[in-house]
Design a protein around this ligand. Structure first.
Ligand SMILES: *[C@@H]1O[C@H](CO)[C@@H](O)[C@H](O)[C@H]1NC(C)=O
Ligand SMILES: *[C@@H]1O[C@H](CO)[C@@H](O)[C@H](O)[C@H]1NC(C)=O
Ligand SMILES: *[C@@H]1O[C@H](CO)[C@@H](O)[C@H](O)[C@H]1NC(C)=O
Ligand SMILES: *[C@@H]1O[C@H](CO)[C@@H](O)[C@H](O)[C@H]1NC(C)=O
Ligand SMILES: *[C@@H]1O[C@H](CO)[C@@H](O)[C@H](O)[C@H]1NC(C)=O
Ligand SMILES: *[C@@H]1O[C@H](CO)[C@@H](O)[C@H](O)[C@H]1NC(C)=O
Ligand SMILES: *[C@@H]1O[C@H](CO)[C@@H](O)[C@H](O)[C@H]1NC(C)=O
Length: 501
């Protein structure tokens, strides 16, 4: 008998969401996307994904079908347009939800204002390290694409796995959107315990490969972020200096198919191809790990149709679904889930901080697979490490994956330990060295080693600071002559690790 009671109670509990009407609400959404199609997250590419999500939420008869989204698209020019549009349209009625902007400097201004107005913001951009600080000015921001710091976990996991301790970060700074600056800032931020040097050059300077390679000195790894042609120049120069014989490992970051990132391809059809192929044997590329599930096929087809209808033919992979397209879609789902929870708890859409809270520490089914947002409102990321597996043919394969959710570094069958063994300069510390702490090493040795290490680190730190200041100074110096050419740099706009150093 009691068994029957609990059963029927369970039965009712399961049915009740279906029996009762779904919660209803009108939601005013402002979406900031550039009209300019040179951006991977332009209106023509991303808007169909937002509409797809809206359609699915409103028509599938599920628990979110009572939500009516009124979506307004506003232009974003990666400078100030999004901010001005937000202020102008909010004179009347403020939106309930903001999606975007993607560009760092523009997002900083919009998110600050939105947080002040208690409006949740979900962006597939705002990837810079400064946005991790949700304490005050970015309190209402949720990042639905993995940030640069999440990407950097791939490096800390790789370095920990192989026991490497030092790296040189080399990046090209365009002084406008600064993708590469912010990308490697994430690495710099996360690798505070490692010996890290940085080398920046500006876009219009001639790349002095001798100077770059001079700075490698005793770095075990070089992590680069720059256009494909500059990567090739550096790899060719390194090859000629015999730095590609396993003395040093080279990494290239390519997160989305933007031209600011190198694409790991050595082939140009010039006389250096053969040399470049050999050089690239020691170049590894970190990219986003993309997963796909059957449902994604339909989504992808629909996006393709819309993009073609919008007459976007002038770019390669115009119609391909990238991280931003996917992110803006999933942002709509995440908001629906959070608003629904908040309303069940007796709140309403105007309580932005409460809704934002419901978007944290959550895992849900996104369009391409599972999406996990951490307790800070930042999405966990999965990344792949690609390496050349056939030097004769010059072909690449994914050799390892890093999963942010469980912080797992997974080696794949194509992985070849030889490729990741440093030779010549020093012996690769064995993997067990970390774990042998306190086993057979006398306390005294430990103290002495500790003291020596401490001093060495202090000295290294001193030199690093000195060296770093030189880089900064050099950069500032070259900026002077060019101020008219660049947009005003607001270094303080996003508190940056680089500029704080
Ligand atoms: C679009 O953006 C690119 C790169 O920022 C720029 O060169 C181009 O002039 C822009 N096009 C228009 C129509 O604004
Ligand atoms: C980049 O573009 C190429 C083809 O243009 C495509 O094969 C590849 O999947 C794209 N990569 C990402 C991460 O979107
Ligand atoms: C990589 O970039 C180079 C130079 O920008 C280009 O020529 C090449 O086609 C690109 N390769 C792929 C696979 O996208
Ligand atoms: C996607 O699915 C919807 C409904 O499930 C269907 O109406 C539509 O035709 C599908 N689109 C494609 C391109 O298969
Ligand atoms: C939002 O909700 C929280 C928790 O229910 C409540 O403490 C807070 O006062 C609400 N804020 C507003 C502005 O209604
Ligand atoms: C996140 O959620 C899980 C349960 O879903 C809970 O155990 C954990 O304490 C939460 N973490 C934080 C930081 O709120
Ligand atoms: C970590 O997560 C990934 C993806 O969800 C999964 O494939 C992998 O097996 C997990 N690893 C561990 C050790 O749990």
């Amino acid at each position: 008998m009691p068994c029957w009671v609990t059963l029927s109670v369970h039965f009712l509990a399961v049915l009740s969401p279906l029996l009762s009407d779904p919660v209803t609400e009108d939601i005013d959404v402002a979406v900031f996307l550039p009209q300019n199609n040179s951006y991977l997250f332009s209106y023509a590419r991303v808007a169909p994904a937002v509409r797809y999500a809206q359609r699915r939420l409103e028509t599938d008869g599920g628990q979110y079908s009572g939500f009516r989204f009124h979506v307004h698209f506003e232009n974003s020019d990666c400078v100030n347009d999004a901010l001005f549009a937000l202020v102008d349209r909010s004179c009347g009625r403020k939106p309930d939800l903001i999606l975007g902007p993607v560009c760092e400097y523009e997002a900083a201004a919009v998110v600050r204002l939105a947080s002040h107005w208690n409006i949740p913001v979900i962006s597939a951009g705002a990837l810079a390290a400064g946005f991790s600080n949700k304490g005050a000015e970015y309190s209402h921001l949720t990042r639905i694409a993995p940030s640069y710091v999440k990407m950097a976990e791939t490096f800390t996991a790789t370095f920990a796995h192989f026991g490497w301790k030092s790296a040189l970060l080399v990046y090209e700074d365009d002084k406008e959107e600064r993708n590469c600056y912010f990308t490697l800032e994430g690495v710099y931020h996360l690798m505070a315990d490692y010996h890290i040097k940085t080398y920046a050059f500006s876009q219009e300077d001639r790349l002095d490969t001798d100077d770059v390679l001079h700075n490698i000195q005793d770095a075990e790894a070089v992590i680069m972020c720059m256009g494909a042609d500059k990567i090739r120049e550096i790899m060719l120069a390194a090859h000629r200096r015999l730095l590609t014989n396993g003395n040093c490992l080279f990494f290239n970051v390519e997160l989305f198919n933007a031209s600011s990132y190198g694409n790991g391809s050595w082939k140009r059809g010039d006389k250096y191809d053969n040399e470049a192929r050999q050089a690239y044997a020691s170049l590894n590329t970190v990219t986003l790990l993309r997963t796909v599930k059957p449902e994604f096929e339909n989504f992808s087809m629909e996006i393709k149709k819309s993009v073609e209808k919008a007459g976007l033919h002038d770019c390669k992979d115009c119609a391909s679904v990238n991280m931003f397209v996917e992110g803006f879609h999933d942002a709509m789902l995440l908001y629906a889930i959070a608003l629904h929870k908040a309303m069940k708890n007796g709140n309403n859409k105007k309580n932005g901080s409460e809704i934002t809270k419901h978007m944290r520490n959550i895992t849900f089914e996104g369009i391409a697979g599972q999406v996990s947002v951490d307790a800070n409102g930042d999405r966990e990321g999965d990344f792949s490490l690609m390496a050349m597996t056939d030097v004769e043919a010059g072909t690449y394969e994914v050799v390892a994956n890093y999963f942010g959710v469980n912080e797992t570094f997974q080696l794949l069958p194509a992985f070849n330990m030889d490729h990741f063994t440093l030779r010549g300069r020093r012996k690769t510390p064995t993997e067990t060295s970390d774990k042998s702490c306190g086993l057979g090493v006398s306390a005294l040795t430990g103290v002495i080693v500790g003291a020596v290490l401490g001093t060495a680190m202090l000295i290294a730190f001193y030199f690093f600071r000195k060296n770093y200041r030189i880089t900064i100074e050099r950069r500032t110096h070259s900026e002077e002559g060019n101020t008219g050419k660049h947009r005003q740099l607001r270094e303080d706009s996003i508190r940056s690790n680089f500029s704080a150093a």
